[in-house]
Design a protein around this ligand. Structure first.
Ligand code: HEM
Length: 408
């Protein structure tokens, strides 16, 4: 462990700062995780605001903790680490079911789950293919080098989620501009709050409209939620917004970083070109290998619990390091190697337990279609600059790359 990552703090001597930074190869999770898994699998760390959290680093402990009912996801409990601010809005409402516990969480999840099954995702494949082809047309028509983030990684997930939610085409620009504010690293808290509120107001209007003009989409489903669920339009708009927020940045970053990893693994690309049935396994390996979401699973202990032999007191916050779990030698041979042949379905890139990613079936199909189509059409696609000169999202909740200039 690098000496510089150890700091002393008022929360206890010898605590380390979190998040830790990726160094060396940008595809590798922070090097410190390996030492944590070996020597201190549940360890104390200090966040930028000075508060202390527990970091859970081993695969088995992450899985066990994420299904433990004594460990809460409730964003309104004081002390829960919330990278994007508290889970409570100005009027004291919890803004997202993503940060609720049962039974409230289950109400939303049951309402939305039928729209995100594997069968639904597979049925959407031809439609997603059309969206991807159109983005690739834009890439082909642009000069070289072209930014893969702007032309492909950003528009594909946003067009897909708009379509699934039922946002009219004419409003995509409004929708995308607010989503862009939410993703932009220079956005202030005020910008973020305004973007969230504008989207909320917009969604409430759209819910009313869907009651008059129903479509085959998630907003129509939400607009007609059974009365006995007792959800008002602000709750329902919040649910739609949660799907938008949760879906967008993770998919954008996986498209850009995944494409970059593939350009560095030409043998794997050749195998995938020869046998496209290997793409689903390759996508899961990219998800495991890149481990972009270590800040996605913040929790708080509601009671005293023990994880990996360590006692966690009620009221203490935790981060479950899924990126570290995905590199655990106890589960994966040679975990730092990108290997499209490894059995890797047990990876935790989509989280685990009750809050496991609602959109994982859709995300897998999107990633498969994007990568397969991108490298079929541009087999020589490569970054226009050395990968260590790209600007990476070290300070975001999700690791990624800001721009990816490519040539082909
Ligand atoms: C590759 C892309 C994606 C990754 C890596 C990813 C990752 C995750 C992770 C780790 C969680 C769990 C958070 C927690 O433990 O609290 C999560 C939850 C969630 N994801 Fe995804 N996600 C992706 C794409 C999507 C897409 C495309 C959608 C929807 C269209 C989506 C919707 C959601 C929702 C709604 C939740 C909250 C579920 C709940 O709390 O019950 N995600 N995602």
């Amino acid at each position: 462990m690098a000496e510089s990552d150890i700091t002393t703090s008022e929360n206890g001597a010898g605590t380390r700062s979190f998040p830790m930074r990726r160094s060396g190869c940008p595809f590798d999770v922070p090097a410190e995780y390996e030492a944590l898994r070996a020597a201190e699998p549940v360890s104390r760390a200090v966040l930028a605001d000075g508060s202390a959290v527990w970091l859970v680093a081993r695969h088995a402990d992450v899985q066990a903790g994420l299904v433990d009912p004594r460990i809460s996801c409730d964003g309104s409990i004081p002390g829960i680490p919330m990278p994007g601010g508290s889970g409570v809005d100005k009027v004291g409402r919890r803004s997202s079911f993503v940060r609720m516990d049962p039974p409230e969480h289950d109400v939303y999840r049951k309402l939305l789950a039928p729209d995100f099954t594997m069968r639904k995702a597979r049925a959407l494949r031809p439609w997603i293919q059309g969206i991807v082809d159109s983005a690739l047309d834009d890439l082909a028509d642009s000069g070289q080098p072209a930014d893969l983030v702007r032309l492909v990684a950003l528009p594909v997930p946003s067009t897909v989620v708009c379509g699934i939610l039922g946002v009219p085409n004419s409003d995509h620009e409004f929708f995308q501009s607010r989503a862009a504010v939410m993703l932009h690293r220079g956005s202030t808290r005020e910008d973020l709050r305004n973007a969230v509120m504008e989207l909320r107001t917009y969604m409430v209007g759209l819910l009313k409209d869907k009651r008059q003009n129903p479509g085959d989409d998630v907003l129509t489903k939400l607009a007609n939620a059974p009365a006995e669920l007792e959800l008002d339009d602000v709750d329902l708009a919040g649910a739609a917004q949660s799907v938008l927020n949760a879906s967008h940045e993770a998919t954008v970053n996986m498209i850009a970083l995944g494409a970059l990893v593939l350009t560095e693994n030409r043998d794997a690309l050749a195998e995938l070109a020869a046998d496209p049935t290997r793409w689903p396994a390759a996508v899961d390996e990219l998800l495991r290998y890149l481990g972009i979401g270590d800040l996605l699973s913040p929790r708080i202990a509601k009671e005293d619990v023990e994880i990996g032999g360590q006692r966690i007191a009620a009221g203490e916050g935790l981060y479950f390091l899924t990126g570290s779990a995905n590199r655990d030698k106890e589960v994966y041979d040679d975990p730092a190697t990108f290997d499209i042949h490894r059995p890797n379905r047990g990876h935790l890139a989509f989280g685990y337990g009750l809050h496991q990613c609602l959109g994982q079936n859709l995300a897998r199909v999107e990633l498969e279609v994007v990568f397969e189509s991108l490298f079929r059409r541009f087999p020589d696609l490569r970054p226009a600059v050395p990968i260590d000169q790209l600007s990476y999202k070290h300070d975001s909740a999700l690791f990624g790359v800001h721009e990816l200039p490519v040539v082909w």
